[in-house]
Design a protein around this ligand. Structure first.
Ligand code: KG4
Ligand code: ZN
Length: 336
């Protein structure tokens, strides 16, 4: 059978990314131009700066992705692009670029949901992973528990009521002076701290066992810091990082395992930037193994935003016959 090559483009937030993916699972190139250094100065992503940087970098990133794969536009079977959710001005750059390529080459255009991309990151290194499975998506903008019933068929069974998990990491990191992005910094610092030194709350929501809430936890951390400062006692940043991270992981793991059991899922996957967290992976691995569940996760490079995951998702959309028109638009609040 003939191989299928997809050129994938991702510009939903602060990474300008392009990739060439073969048959949905083999990454021939994965180019990411990160804007982190630029946004760091402001303590978070500045949407207009992100859009401007994307438009500057996008052509170069795509050229590089094709060069590394040693291929041309003509070798592609389709162009996949993230069209939501995300920052509208950032999304528009990728969408307009993908439409221009599709128009010029006549190659079909496929609009990809960013979250579907994160889920599909699991297909890249786990060649045996097929739906159905349960996926926990934890990123800077999302905390979702999703049943992947078949390729392209999802049911959200739980989500956050307030902050996303990654957002909580970023806010707590800022509060203890670690800077942006907070996730990787808390991950690192927590290894030097004692997670039992402070007990932060684990939120549960009556009647919604698979929903999450992280704003109370964030407030508890801020209160702890204020109290310590008022008492003129030393604020131990490593202990705070470790105890905070432990509370987040405890909730994420407990609810994921509960949902997997309730829905009879034998496979659990994680996705999104927070899925790069080393302690979350260890905890999830352990609890899955204790409950006879197979655990899947992408390498860190495929957890945070990238275009290879968009290529993986686009492939299964392509097989299903999904095609976008040249009127494809960015949808900042796109639902899955
Ligand atoms: O998936 P992603 O790159 O972008 C969104 O779609 O939001 O996720 C970014 C988020 C940020 O909040 C970042 O702090 C968090 O993922 N993150 C981490 C780690 N690496 C990135 N959180 C915890 N531990 C990490 N190692
Ligand atoms: Zn993302």
């Amino acid at each position: 059978t003939k191989d299928t090559f997809i050129l994938a483009i991702e510009t939903s937030c602060d990474e300008t990314a392009a990739a060439v993916v073969k048959n949905g699972r083999e990454v021939l190139s994965n180019v990411i131009s990160s804007q982190i250094e630029l946004h760091k100065l402001y303590g978070g992503v500045v949407p207009e700066i992100a859009s401007r940087k994307h438009i500057e970098k996008i052509n170069q990133v795509i050229e590089e992705a094709l060069d590394i794969a040693n291929m041309t536009f003509q070798d592609m079977d389709a162009i996949g692009v993230t069209y939501g959710p995300g920052l509208v001005g950032a999304l528009l750059v990728g969408v307009a670029e993908a439409k221009a390529i599709s128009f010029a080459t006549g190659k079909p255009l496929i609009g990809v949901h960013h979250i579907e991309g994160h889920v599909s990151a699991n297909y890249i290194e786990n060649k045996d992973l097929k739906p159905p499975f349960l996926c926990l998506i934890v990123s800077g903008g999302h905390t979702h528990l999703v049943l992947v019933k078949e390729y392209g068929n999802y049911e959200i069974i739980g989500k956050t009521r307030d902050d996303a998990a990654g957002e909580a990491f970023d806010k707590v990191a800022r509060a203890i002076g670690l800077g942006y992005p907070g996730g990787p910094k808390i991950d690192k610092l927590s290894k030097e701290g004692n997670k039992k030194a402070i007990t932060f709350p684990r939120a549960s929501i009556v009647g919604a066992p698979y929903d999450f809430s992280f704003s109370g936890l964030k407030s508890a951390v801020l209160n702890h810091i204020n109290t310590m400062e008022m008492k003129k006692e030393e604020v131990n940043r490593a202990d705070i990082a470790a105890a905070f991270q432990d509370a987040v992981i405890d909730v994420l793991v407990t609810k994921t395992i509960l949902a997997a059991k309730d829905y009879g899922m034998e496979k659990v996957a994680i996705a999104g930037g927070v899925a790069a967290n080393s302690s979350l992976r260890e905890a999830m691995e352990k609890e899955c193994s204790n409950n006879g569940i197979r655990f899947y996760h992408p390498s860190p490079i495929y957890c945070t935003d990238n275009a290879a995951m968009i290529g993986a998702a686009a492939y299964y959309e392509y097989l299903r016959g999904a095609r976008a028109g040249l009127d494809l638009n960015a949808v900042p609040n796109l639902k899955i």
